[in-house]
Design a binder for this molecule. Structure first.
Ligand SMILES: Cc1cc2nc3c(=O)[nH]c(=O)nc-3n(C[C@H](O)[C@H](O)[C@H](O)COP(=O)(O)OP(=O)(O)OC[C@H]3O[C@@H](n4cnc5c(N)ncnc54)[C@H](O)[C@@H]3O)c2cc1C
Length: 380
């Protein structure tokens, strides 16, 4: 039976994140957004609080928490800045999560402490220019050469593609469309033949760096292969199942941030001699927002609970990600409407929630792909 009360740990994490965000993030949110500045130094500070290794056991330098604390931390951050929430989610769930889940002892000892403390930022490269939803068709190849692998190709849309000190990269080691033909490699920045490429100029999530990874005869030792050769695609699908809980949390935080701002504004803004919250048209919007946000939270916590118990989250992670991300887009749109013309300016926070929210229905599998995952699960 699921307990709906926040644990003491969750309350502690929420307070810590709120205090941190007020001091280190909120004052700079619009400056970073306008300049598309990725605040690398701020992430070092976040690392000191354990926020870059939330799920990593303490023996590897992490906070050793579970998924409830993880959901809390990301959603609290996203209430203040979606970009920071996205970068935290990608760093923890994707790069760090992949090494933690599929790395051997030596690999975990080598990379996890640096990632968990924020000394290094992590990237995770699955997507390519021509293969997004259809990742299995990837073209980036790794060919065996003695006790090394030679990587050639590019990855696109990679969070921390330029600034990340280490990346987990999925590359083809077998035939096209062979689900056992893809392998996961750890590639450190500075490895000859590996560099970051074009940085995307985005609608939202502008302070979260999104860039290309380029490999030109990049030699990677056998010791950097995660798990078995050929298991990379299955590993990536498992990492995304868990990662979707982080995007659901990000969506939840954005929706809550937009709702909180709209609720407050509706009581302060007067038209026709009364607060606009007195109009049922506005009050009902807020009621719908509150209800859908609550439903998003329950789905996200259900997936977190199952993940904590070691159960499959294939369907439940997709439920949470699909629903919460659509709610984030819808709720932030309604928030702009409640703010009227002011909502359309950068003087109020809702236009940023509106822009940031859209990533949530796209990254780590679009809404359509979530429906594919869900329909496969319920029809099997
Ligand atoms: C800000 C940002 C950060 C990102 N970070 C990372 C990262 O760190 N690492 C990484 O590997 N990737 C990352 N991505 C990539 C992201 O995961 C992909 O953009 C996403 O998977 C969609 O792929 P695509 O953009 O190629 O869209 P496409 O796959 O080309 O899809 C286009 C449209 O077609 C629809 N579609 C596709 N196939 C089907 C189908 N079978 N049925 C119905 N509809 C379908 C899609 O839902 C979508 O609406 C990031 C993307 C963004 C925008």
């Amino acid at each position: 039976m699921m307990n709906f009360d926040q644990t003491e740990n969750q309350k502690m994490v929420a307070q810590m994140v709120r205090d941190f965000a007020e001091k280190h993030i909120r004052p700079y949110v619009m400056e970073w957004d306008e300049a598309q500045h990725f605040p690398r130094e701020m992430f070092r500070e976040m690392g000191k609080l354990g926020l870059l290794g939330v799920l990593v056991p303490e023996e590897y330098g992490g906070a050793g928490f579970g998924y409830f604390e993880y959901v809390t931390a990301i959603s609290e951050l996203a209430k203040v800045c979606g970009s920071v929430g996205l970068s935290m989610a990608a760093h923890n769930s994707l790069c760090t999560g992949h090494i933690m889940t599929f790395g051997n002892e030596e690999q975990k000892k080598k990379w996890l402490p640096k990632l968990a403390t924020g000394e290094w930022m992590g990237a995770w490269g699955l997507t390519e220019a021509n293969t997004g939803s259809d990742a299995m068709r990837m073209q980036c190849v790794a060919k065996k050469d003695g006790d090394h692998w030679v990587l050639n190709g590019t990855k696109n849309w990679i969070t921390h593609g330029i600034s990340g000190e280490v990346a987990v990269v999925l590359a083809r080691t077998g035939e096209l469309l062979d689900s056992n033909g893809i392998t996961a490699f750890v590639v450190e920045r500075g490895t000859p033949g590996f560099r970051g490429g074009k940085k995307e100029n985005k609608l939202g999530m502008r302070a979260s760096e999104t860039a290309e990874l380029i490999f030109e005869d990049c030699r990677i030792p056998d010791a950097n292969v995660l798990g078995n050769v050929g298991d990379g695609f299955k590993q990536a699908m498992k990492i995304l199942d868990g990662g979707r809980i982080s995007i659901a949390s990000l969506s939840l935080g954005i929706a809550k941030g937009a709702y909180d701002a709209a609720l407050k504004y509706s009581k302060e803004r007067h038209q026709f001699g009364q607060p606009i919250s007195n109009f049922q048209g506005i009050a009902f919007k807020l009621a719908d927002m509150a209800t859908r946000i609550e439903a998003s939270e329950l789905l996200t916590l259900q997936a977190a609970d199952r993940k904590n118990k070691g159960m499959s989250v294939n369907k439940e992670g997709a439920f949470a990600k699909y629903y919460a991300s659509e709610v984030a887009v819808w709720a932030s749109t309604e928030a702009v409407q409640i703010f009227g013309g002011y909502g359309y300016t950068k003087d109020f926070p809702v236009e940023k929630f509106y822009r940031d929210s859209k990533l949530c229905t796209i990254g780590e599998g679009t809404s359509e792909i979530q429906k594919l995952v869900i329909s496969r699960a319920i029809l099997k």
